[in-house]
Design a protein around this ligand. Structure first.
Ligand code: PMP
Length: 361
């Protein structure tokens, strides 16, 4: 079979978790608690449900190819211009679009060790050269990034907070970094989890856009907004960058139901506030639990926490599954001793705590 480039040969399939129903059938148990994919524990927001119901009689026509309503909603919420926005079929779609639009074979793309798995995936798919910078305390070593920049560098991916580690870079750190990156190199700041960071610490990243025309901010509606199943995300950049992205993307990459739901939740501040508040109080319980039981964890600003068992974690994952709790093994990220646990509702987290203590004996 002819393939476009050698990079494609080195790809391995993305390992997504199995659906709960399939696991329940396989294991012969019910009421499995899934804390594996950093999804929203409150379920699908009512505001989005209403928007979908109102749209059900009108799914015959193509979606608005330019996502006018959603761009208006994003623009009003964040004070950016509609011509700065690119919509994606999930932010994964956008992360791939950035690579397709701005890098080619043999160009270099920089990201961190333990970075989100989609960055190496899209880099290999276009046969670009991956410059994976060794992590510092499990997070981004931005000085290492700066040293790796050369004439071939086209793109830099930074997730903040990072998945799977939860590490966080402050606004001063990101600002100082951007200040030293040559303007011809595009920097993607992937903020899929930003809504979970306390407001006083969260980056004012749209402010940074005013200073750095090479910055692209990528956001997801899969996490705090609860729309993972619909696939919708957005990028905000300078209009020139957005114009290029909007030429390359598929014309109808966001479906009608995703678009109307996203408009509804963008205006549903109460939902997002409730989600963030649960995350804040439950994260504190996770930290207290780990401290009490001598478990090492990576402090996280996301909606998940990564625990270091200091021995292969797969058997612990398997045993938790038999107790009806799914978490995420992250050996594929080069972290075989860790498990990543998504922060759930209080009763789900209780079930995890009980199951883990039983499993660890
Ligand atoms: N970026 C990061 C850092 C993520 O962890 C995820 C989801 N796992 C995404 C982007 C993609 O999210 P989505 O495609 O659902 O918007």
């Amino acid at each position: 079979i002819n393939i476009a480039n050698e990079g494609i040969k080195s790809l391995s399939p993305y390992q997504a978790g199995k659906p709960i129903e399939e696991l329940e059938r396989e294991l012969g148990i019910t009421n499995i608690v899934k804390l594996a994919s950093n999804e929203n524990p409150f379920g699908f927001p009512e505001s989005a449900k209403k928007a979908i119901q109102a749209q059900l009689d009108n799914l015959t026509r193509y979606p608005d190819a330019n996502g006018f309503e959603l761009k208006q909603a994003i623009s009003q919420k964040f004070g950016v211009q509609p011509n700065q926005i690119t919509l994606g079929n999930g932010s994964n779609d956008l992360l791939e679009l950035f690579a397709h639009t701005f890098a080619g074979e043999k160009d270099e793309i920089i990201y961190s060790q333990y970075a989100f798995i989609v960055y190496p995936l899209v880099t290999k798919a276009i046969n670009a050269v991956a410059r994976e910078i060794p992590a510092k305390d499990w997070g981004h070593d931005l000085d290492g990034f700066l040293k790796a920049i050369n004439d071939k560098t086209k793109l830099i991916y930074i997730a903040n907070p990072n998945n799977p580690t939860g590490n966080f870079l402050t606004e001063a750190e990101v600002d100082n970094f951007l200040n030293q990156v040559p303007e011809r190199v595009l920097v993607v700041l992937d903020e899929a989890y930003t809504e979970f960071t306390d407001a006083k610490e969260r980056l004012d990243s749209f402010e940074l856009l005013q200073k750095y025309p090479n910055l692209i901010i990528s956001r997801s509606l899969s996490k705090a907004y609860g729309l993972a199943g619909l696939r919708i995300g957005y990028a905000v950049s300078n209009p020139e960058v957005a114009d290029l992205l909007n030429r390359v993307r598929q014309p109808f990459n966001c479906n009608v139901l995703a678009l109307v739901s996203a408009v509804a939740v963008m205006k549903d501040d109460a939902f997002v506030a409730k989600v963030a508040e649960n995350n804040r109080t439950e994260m504190a319980r996770y930290e207290a639990f780990c401290q009490q039981h001598g478990l090492e964890y990576i402090p996280s600003k996301g909606n998940f926490i990564t625990i270091n068992f200091k021995r292969p974690a797969q058997p612990i994952y398997d045993a938790l599954l038999r107790e009806g709790v799914i978490v995420r093994p992250i050996a594929g990220y080069g972290m075989p001793n860790h498990l990543r646990v998504s922060i759930g509702l209080p009763h789900e987290n209780d079930k995890f705590f009980t199951a883990l203590l039983k499993v660890l004996g």
